[in-house]
Design a protein around this ligand. Structure first.
Ligand code: PMT
Length: 320
């Protein structure tokens, strides 16, 4: 007889992916956060963001990584907060972060100046050169308000193992608020890994010659997430391709397989200006026009607006 699905994936997670030391603490923090905001009638979105790191050795010197900057997740977090959501931001360590994201390319020391004693004293006051940080007063004000209101809970991962265990912990934490929870899975998650028991302990030696590695398929976590861990939640996955001609077909197949609410389909090169939100019944193309670009509108504003409206309808249907 086939093993139950959740038991299979839970078993695999426990045996082949090291549990991060902060998993339990993070689960408690997320549960308290969801409970607090849920009790106030607020919707909560769990955003995953950034790429996962896949180690090749257990005392890791080398790892596989991917292109994701975390920009999609970080900017979406800001738009969700503006739409009245509380946000759990499950993100890759040092990937782009809400509010600071626009300054990620800035060298901190180029934004500061020494004042007093002709600017030469090392004991003088340090002041900010606002020209080096466009809109800083506005961004700082909003960041502080959001922090004060406790609307953003950041949780970090680096490796694939950490991501998987923390996503499971998040799903368990959010299951208590039912359909008020949204999962917005924008992280670029590795499809391949080396199970912990099969990983070499020490640095792989180049003196052994060319390297051949065999990697296993990562279990599709969307399946237990939708069916077992958070069955009442509104779940959005993302689909990334480099070939536009297969994109929509892949998005539809994901919806058929996992039976969740929507897929945001995007192509690597055009992802900043074009996505398609695919649901079992609809297909919406979201495009940044030249006018949008001139007005610094971001595609994430359109994605979030589309999905928050759909989430509202979903909640109403669940209640009715
Ligand atoms: O970070 P940026 O540079 O701004 O780029 C944003 C983005 C391109 C990374 C984002 O828009 C995006 O498309 N993210 C998903 C990319 C991806 O990994 O797609 P996928 O087809 O491999 O995975 C499908 C979905 O299943 C994703 O929602 C993924 O989070 C989820 N998944 C994947 C593997 C796995 N084992 N478990 C999962 O839950």
């Amino acid at each position: 007889m086939a093993e139950p699905r959740a038991a299979t994936i839970d078993g695999k997670l426990a045996e082949e992916f090291a549990v991060p030391s902060h998993a339990e603490e993070a689960r408690e923090e997320m549960a308290a956060f969801a409970g607090r905001h849920g009790a106030m009638g607020r919707r909560v979105v769990l955003i995953t963001s950034g790429g996962t790191k896949v180690p090749l050795e257990s005392r890791t010197v080398r790892f596989l990584d991917n292109f994701s900057s975390g920009r999609r997740g970080a900017s979406s977090a800001e738009y969700f907060i503006e739409s009245g959501y509380a946000v759990i931001f499950l993100h890759r360590h040092r990937s782009l972060y809400p509010y600071t994201r626009t300054y990620s390319h800035v060298n901190l020391l180029d934004t500061l100046q020494l004042q007093g004693e002709g600017g030469s004293s090392s004991s003088g006051q340090v002041v900010v050169n606002q020209q080096a940080l466009p809109n800083i007063a506005k961004v700082l004000k909003r960041y502080q308000e959001v922090k004060e209101a406790g609307l953003l809970l950041p949780i970090e991962f680096s490796t694939l193992s950490e991501y998987l265990h923390l996503l499971k912990a998040a799903a368990q934490a959010l299951s208590a608020i039912g359909s008020k929870a949204m999962f917005y899975l924008a992280a670029a998650v590795s499809d391949f890994y080396i199970p912990a028991p099969e990983m070499p302990e020490h640095k792989i030696q180049s003196s052994n010659g060319p390297l051949q590695i065999s990697m296993k398929m990562v279990p599709k976590i969307l399946s237990p997430l939708v069916k077992d861990w958070a069955p009442q939640a509104f779940v959005i996955s993302f689909k990334l391709e480099t070939d536009h001609s297969i994109l929509l077909d892949k998005a539809r197949r994901a919806l058929d397989t996992y039976r969740h609410q929507a897929v945001v389909a995007n192509v690597l090169d055009t992802r900043r200006g074009y996505v398609v939100v695919v649901t079992p019944e609809t297909q919406a193309e979201l495009i940044l026009t030249d006018e949008d670009v001139k007005n610094e509108v971001e595609i994430e504003e359109k994605i979030v607006s589309n999905l928050t409206a759909a989430h509202g309808q979903f909640i109403t249907q669940q209640l009715g």
